[in-house]
Design a binder for this molecule. Structure first.
Ligand code: ADP
Ligand code: MG
Length: 364
């Protein structure tokens, strides 16, 4: 549905040039919920605005449904943009706000009324059709803004941090709502957010952006379980990183495995992925492991697992889980998320010496 080929954007002012988007290549499928995720300033909004036609690329091409629209103005692109600020008309009621664009496009009154009714049902605002924007909560205003964009039946909807102004609880409700609405209307959504939880919850695929480039483009699970760069690993969720030298590399069995430096009777190893290239003894690598993959035990674990000793420095009870911070001999603190089960007694307390272990395939 949407294709970006070598798209770049530089802003030039009297103070010099700013590279907002260095280069972006991506293809978004029809009906896909696609997110651009990354820290503030990485070029998400600029990329979205170029898709919408509100900014012209400095280089590259943009195709919508196979047609080159790089030079096409926004109103002729068959896409609609939803902002964080809803920009509703204060003097019009909900139905009037939604119908506004339709009437301007010359849709007949009866047809407009039918379509507005349909959209009001979809966003669950039927009962509030004759309220003014100031009589609505933030979440309801956001729904009106969404309805106003959807009623035009664009082939794609571009959303720039649309839930950013809502409080956490409401944001979570709206995430599920937005996903439902997208599924029901079947329109392509391009969604910009800096919130990794939000992107993981809603997206079919996510492009993680950093400094004007895409670092990785993949479905949520793949991004989380197999991040390709340190940036992606630490931006998506919490992760522990150990820097260690390679002691040996063996290639028998399922593939290359590196055993890393560890203290006496500890054991650290990792499967080597092809994209890392050749690794030699002595080179320093970063071993990454997610907090929920680590098991805490009092005794040294048996079997073919990574195992490391440490002392508990912090225990934070959080209801469904407890977060342990464990100081390891190299001076690195590892974070462990422990799922609390119904028979949970205290696993370990501050100051306790414990063993941390995980399966080698859970580190990368
Ligand atoms: P994001 O949405 O990811 O926070 P933006 O796309 O808004 O990032 O901005 C990317 C970079 O481009 C930032 O460094 C920002 O300051 C710069 N930038 C954005 N818009 C303009 C503009 N109109 N003029 C100059 N620089 C801009
Ligand atoms: Mg932005």
């Amino acid at each position: 549905a949407i294709e970006l080929v070598g798209v770049a954007k530089e802003y030039v002012s009297r103070r010099g040039a700013v590279t907002a988007v260095e280069t972006v290549d991506l293809r978004i499928a029809q009906g896909e919920f696609f997110s651009l995720l990354g820290p503030s300033g990485c070029g998400k909004t600029t990329t979205l605005r170029m898709i919408g036609g509100f900014e012209e690329p400095s280089r590259g091409q943009i195709l919508l449904h196979g047609v080159d629209v790089t030079a096409t103005p926004p109103n002729r692109r068959d896409v609609n943009l939803v902002f964080q600020s809803y920009a509703l008309f204060p003097h019009l009621d909900v139905a009037g706000n939604i119908a506004f664009g339709l009437r301007r496009k010359g849709v007949a009154r009866a047809e407009a009324r039918r379509r507005v009714g349909e959209i009001l049902e979809l966003v669950e605002l039927g009962a509030l059709a004759d309220r003014r924007p100031r009589e609505l909560s933030g979440g309801q205003q956001q729904r009106v803004a969404l309805a106003r964009a959807l009623v035009n039946r664009p082939r794609a909807l571009l959303l720039d941090e649309p839930l950013g102004a809502l409080d956490l609880k409401l944001r979570e409700t709206m995430q599920i709502e937005l996903k439902r609405i997208q599924r029901e209307v079947g329109i392509t959504f391009v969604y910009v957010t800096h919130d990794q939880g939000e992107a993981l919850t809603m997206s079919d695929r996510i492009a993680v952006m950093n400094k004007g480039r895409i670092e990785q483009l993949a479905p949520p699970r793949e991004l989380y379980e197999r991040p390709r760069t340190g940036f992606v690993a630490s931006f998506i969720g919490t992760c522990n990183v150990l820097r260690r030298a390679v002691r040996t590399v063996t290639t028998e069995g399922t593939g290359p495995v590196a055993t890393l430096d560890a203290a006496v009777d500890e054991r650290l190893m990792t499967a080597l992925r092809p994209e890392l290239g050749e690794l030699s003894t002595g080179s320093v690598v970063e071993l990454t492991v997610r907090p929920e993959k680590i098991v805490i035990t009092a005794d040294r674990p048996d079997g073919d697992v990574c195992a490391l000793r440490g002392r508990v420095t912090e225990v934070v009870y959080m209801g469904t889980n407890t977060t342990y911070t464990v100081l390891t001999p190299g001076g690195v603190e590892l974070v462990v998320f422990w799922q609390n089960s119904s028979d949970a007694s205290d696993l370990a307390g501050r100051g306790d010496e414990v063993w941390l272990s995980w399966r080698p395939e859970h580190s990368y």
